[in-house]
Write a protein that binds this ligand. Sequence first.
Ligand SMILES: Cc1cc2nc3c(=O)[nH]c(=O)nc-3n(C[C@H](O)[C@H](O)[C@H](O)COP(=O)(O)OP(=O)(O)OC[C@H]3O[C@@H](n4cnc5c(N)ncnc54)[C@H](O)[C@@H]3O)c2cc1C
Length: 432
Amino acid sequence: MVATAHDNTGHAPSYYAHSANAAPERPSLQDNIEADACIVGGGYTGLSAGIALAEAGMKVVILERARVGWGASGRNGGQIVHSFSRDIDVIERSYGHAVAEPLARMMFEGAQVIRERVAKYSIDCDLKDGGIFSAISPRKAKGLIEQKALWERWGHPGLTLVDSPDEVRQWVNTDRYSALLIDPTGGHFHPLNLALGEAAALESLGGRIYEHCEVVKIERGEPAVVRTTQGQVRARYVIVACNAYIGDLEPALVAKSMPCGTQMIATEPLGALADELIPSDHCVEDNNFLLDYFRLSADKRLIYGGGVVYGARDPKEVKSLIRPQMLKTFPQLQNVGIEFGWTGNFLLTLSRMPQVGTLSPNIYYSQGCSGHGITFTHLIGRVLAEALKGDASRFGAFARLPHHPFPGGRALRVPFTAIGALWYQMRDQLGV
Ligand SMILES: Cc1cc2nc3c(=O)[nH]c(=O)nc-3n(C[C@H](O)[C@H](O)[C@H](O)COP(=O)(O)OP(=O)(O)OC[C@H]3O[C@@H](n4cnc5c(N)ncnc54)[C@H](O)[C@@H]3O)c2cc1C
């Protein structure tokens, strides 16, 4: 079975749509309504901010163009990876200790937010502890040693480096890796079911969610007016949380970021073979520039992702793109069927740091996690809520980072970035 555009759940087609928990399909907004906070986009950023605001007693409305979790939040690798897409030592070297320090203090908080929410609202999303970073060569293994030292410096104990072939195979049964870095506080989960559970949590707090509800204009003012195709919300505050699927809604946000596609496949259920592949049942990602990432699902499929398409044109044949990558890691899967293949978009920024800020005094945004967004989106939801409630100190720590456009502008940013990436791809292939 291949996920197609015809899945009747309204979720984006994927293995996750196939295995989604039952969730009500919400109506579109047909009226003129009011809210304290109107959030555009029903992914983790919007949901996380919505829950934090509703917990604080605010009246929250989320407007989602498709369904909750339709964007990257319902299609991703489901891997809890701490920190940001740009390592904090690079931020420190570029902008100084005073800028990096408050960000570093938040590097491990997003995972806590996820675990707290799952426990508090009894979210059924197959959450499991344990993550592994892997290196395909001794040169790449040095990167793991540096990462361990960096994270320990910022107060993250419990990491273990594994570098003998026998020991590596006890964690991940492949000859491909020279070394692993084990993080017991990493983890993985069913991403769409997390989003659906968070939506239910928000509604249990009185929040309202409208699906199939495209925002076409956000009018500045106090209150701001958020216009949809058939209704409008007058709100004291607006949060734009559309990430890579923003289209042309806010051109200023589009101009400084670039949507990129990444692809995933899911095998048929593997039964006992699954436990032989990843005896630890941790999720795994390598430390290449263009990385592979994989894990087992609750029903014992291997879910494997990789590849980047700059500019987010959907490739026609996802399975034939990703299967060879999977077989490089696990040649023992040669005869295993691939049942699902899908694609999704994340938002790249030039600095690889998320872009956070305001479009006017009461219109906030967060976007551009550049590939690692599961923990950041949960962190920033909390941080945005703090800002709307009057404490913008942690919001300011992100908002002060400069945002640069990609060289070449909208017309040439894709080829320029792809050419730049070739250099790193070649280094990946050489294992340096
Ligand atoms: C295939 C894939 C694998 C990934 N794997 C991982 C991983 O393992 N670990 C990790 O940390 N990160 C991963 N990521 C990144 C992570 O999924 C994202 O950073 C994160 O989900 C972004 O959440 P978001 O809420 O900001 O955006 P999204 O989840 O994309 O949500 C944005 C929402 O806004 C809605 N929207 C847009 N425009 C409008 C409008 N005008 N009106 C109304 N609604 C609108 C969209 O429909 C969409 O639902 C992956 C991403 C992809 C694509």
